[in-house]
Every structure is written in C-alpha cells, then in structure tokens.
Design a binder for this molecule. Structure first.
Ligand code: ZN
Length: 454
C-alpha cells in the first residue's frame, strides 16, 4: 500500500521551507514550496498567505503570476458569480503580459544547431559570448537578453556536444552553456526574431584519428561520471509496525521490498555507485526522518520500491510490474489512473483548481528526467525477468499522471511496483530469492542505462 509513501514524499516540501531566504528569487522559490505544502495539507489561510507572496515576488521577478492571482480570487471570494466575472476579465488581460514577460518564444535543436525564437526582432546586442576552460571541460557560454518560461534549467542535446545547459541566469538573461570535452567551435547568426547557435569540432583532423581520440575520452569520462559522482537513495517501502500490503502465502510487502532493495544496493555498490537506503532492517521509520535522510544525502535519483495488491475477488487475475513517475496528467486515461492511485490522499487537497496550480509548479526538467528513468528501469526489469520467466511476466508499463506520491521529491524520482503479492503465483515468485535478485539486476541495468544517457 502506497499510502504511507505519499506522506513521506509530502514531507520533503516541509523540510526545505524553513531556510532564510535572501534574494527575491530565493523568496519566490520558498513561497512556491510553502504554497505547495499548504495546498497539500489543505490550509486555506496559508494558501492565501503564500499566494500573496508568490504574486508579490513573482511580479518583481517579472514572472507570469496570473495563475496565482486567479487562484487567490478563487480562495478569497465567496460569491461564485462575481468571481467568475472577474476571472474572465483577468484572463483577457494576461494574454499580453505573457508575451511581454517571456520574450523568448521557444528554444529548439536541429542537428548541430540551437534555435532560439523571440517574440520580437533581435540584434547583435542581444548576445554576449564568452569562452573558458575549467579542468578538462571547454565552456562556450552565450548570455542572451530575454527570458524563457521553461528554462528551469533545461538540458539540450545536439550532435557532437557533450552537454548543453539552458538556464535563466538572471531574470533578463538566458544563459546557454555548451560544454564539451574538446574544443568546440561555436558560431551564431541572427535572423530577425531568431538566434541560431551552431556547434562543431574545431579541428578537422583526419576523421578516423579524431573520432578514435574522442571516443576514448568519452568512454573514460562517462565511466567516471556514471559511478563516482552518482548518489542513489533506495527507499524500501514501509517497515516495522507498518507492514504495507499483505499478500497471498502470508507474504508481507515490507519484507520482500527490503530484500529486493538490499540486492539492488549490493549490486550498485559493487559497481562503484554511492548508495543509501532509507532503512536496512525491519524498522518503522518516521516519515520525516526518511525524507530528511534523502535530502541530506543530496541524491541524484530516488527509487522507492513497493509491491502491489488488489482485493481478494480480483487477486487471481491481476498481475504485473509497473513503474510510476509524476507529471501533470494530460490524457483522460492518465487522470483516471492517477485518481485511483492517489485515493484517500486527494481528499486532503482542497480543490481541483489548487491541484492544478500545484501541478503547474512542477519542475519540467525533473519530470522529464523521472520519465526517462522510469522508461529505462521498467524496460530493463522486464527484459531481464522475461529471460527467466517468459510470458508469466506482465508489463503494466510506465505510468504518468498527477501522482501525489512523487510530488515532493527534489530529484528525479520513481516508484516501482515489483508485482502483485495478492496474486498466488506472483506472490510465490516475488518471495523467491532468485526473482528478487533478478528484478534487482533489472533495476540496476535500468539505472546504468539512465545515467549513461543523461
Ligand atoms: Zn507500498
């Protein structure tokens, strides 16, 4: 049962809310966190307080605060009729503001190009270029006058380039940093409302030689990056007096997920990753402590391991492995699934519109990363298990939606359901050492695959 885990992750918000904010953007950041928390706990007074802060700091930062204003109206107005009228008026007004405040319409990549589209004409004075080398990395930095709504920061990928970071460096300066392990030549071009940055290797040395050399560097760095700097927090669900789901054959969720987590921990450590577990024995851990732990360890990824169950009358036919990540639901299907998953926890969230406002605050980069990780891990688990169990292994897929269970994580986070212990046969499998090792290996392969690409 995931009920406790939902709570655990909510607390992550609470943890980061007490730090003294110095700059306005810090204050905005903490107001965002506090507001999210207040929506989750359903405290209207606090929602009002933090919405006001968001509007005030957001306005100073020239952000689009129309959603917050609408939300504030919804909360504070008592007469629905009047409120509707006002909201409508306001919406009409804000359309222009968006264009004014976000001068950059879009950022995209094509082959070896980064294309930045503005809402207005741009000139040479809009772009400042600096070059530097720190350690083995070459940085080509473009500071561009303007702001982009979705620079949170954003990672881009183009041909031949190791890494491109896009971030709102200052509120009127967008920074694009092209980072590479060899000297890159970058040039830029201005075309009316568009800036195009092109990147390619500077030296056109004999192709084969160059590629060989380059490949070598890449392999070394990717191995180093893959293991040495990566911190993983594994969260075995439940523990102690909270046993989680009770399955067929008297299998307890808390026991099987701990065993799988331990096998995963061993394999990751053996391969040079830094790994921490929220618990290593059958112990009840306060939700606050779990999240404090995860935050303190500054993890790159958070993996929560659970086992699923359904009521007895359905138990014989429901089996399968699934991986969840958080995203604002788009499709009706996703919304339905999420509503089912969230169940009782949704009651605490005060209104539909608050839910949407919180979801709109989610960090896009984190969602994308969580999704990528979920896909890699689900795929590798299935691949590895099917080798041994064939068709008995059912792929329930990667699921997205407004899963409150994952809202609080500061790092890419997923929740794995290793199977249904309510099903007699699946429960037997999950309780076996062989299956536990094999699924752990599958998760391991997924993690490696995720890090090697990101
Ligand atoms: Zn659970």
């Amino acid at each position: 049962m995931k009920y406790y885990l939902y709570k655990i992750l909510f607390i992550i918000f609470l943890l980061s809310s007490n730090i003294n904010a110095s700059s306005i953007s810090d204050k905005y950041f903490y107001a965002k966190k506090n507001y999210t928390t207040s929506v989750i706990i359903g405290n209207k007074d606090k929602q009002t307080k933090y919405l006001k802060q968001l509007i005030s700091f957001g306005t100073k930062l020239k952000k689009d605060v129309s959603d917050f204003k609408n939300e504030l109206r919804m909360i504070s107005s008592k007469k629905v009729y009047i409120q509707k009228k006002k909201t409508y008026k306001y919406k009409k007004k804000t359309k222009k503001l968006v264009n004014k405040y976000y001068s950059i319409k879009s950022i995209k990549t094509y082959k070896n190009r980064i294309i930045i589209d503005f809402n207005h004409n741009v000139s040479k004075s809009y772009i400042k270029f600096t070059e530097k080398k720190v350690g083995k990395i070459y940085y080509d930095v473009f500071d561009i006058k303007g702001n982009f709504k979705d620079a949170s920061p954003l990672k881009l990928k183009i041909k031949n380039i190791k890494k491109i970071w896009v971030s709102q460096y200052r509120y009127k300066t967008l920074r694009i940093s092209v980072n590479n392990t060899y000297n890159t030549k970058t040039i830029y071009k201005i075309e009316k409302k568009r800036i195009i940055i092109k990147a390619y290797p500077r030296k056109k040395v004999k192709k084969n030689k160059y590629l060989k050399k380059n490949n070598k560097i890449r392999i070394i760095t990717s191995q180093n990056n893959l293991t040495r700097n990566k911190i993983i927090v594994i969260d075995p669900g439940h523990g102690g007096k909270d046993s989680g789901a009770r399955g067929a054959r008297n299998v307890f969720e808390k026991h099987v997920v701990l065993k799988i987590s331990k096998y995963l921990n061993d394999e990751l450590k053996k391969n040079g990753f830094k790994v921490y577990m929220t618990r290593t024995r059958d112990k009840f851990i306060e939700l606050k402590k779990r999240t404090k732990f995860a935050n303190r360890k500054n993890a790159n990824i958070f993996i929560s391991i659970h086992a699923n169950s359904v009521p007895k009358r359905k138990a014989h036919k429901i089996v399968g492995i699934e991986t969840f990540f958080l995203s604002p639901a788009r499709s009706e299907r996703a919304k339905r699934v999420a509503a089912l998953e969230n169940r009782s926890d949704m009651k605490k969230i005060s209104g539909y519109s608050s839910k949407n406002t919180v979801l709109s605050l989610l960090n896009r980069g984190k969602i994308t990363a969580s999704q990528k990780m979920a896909i890699d891990i689900q795929g590798n688990m299935l691949y590895n298990l099917k080798k041994y169990y064939g068709k008995k292994i059912v792929d329930k897929g990667v699921r997205e939606g407004p899963f409150w269970v994952l809202v609080g994580a500061q790092m890419p986070a997923i929740l794995i359901e290793v199977g249904y212990i309510s099903n007699y046969n699946e429960s037997k499998r999950i309780n076996s050492k062989a299956y536990q090792k094999r699924i752990a290996h599958g998760i391991y392969l997924g993690i490696v695959s995720y890090f090697s690409k990101n």
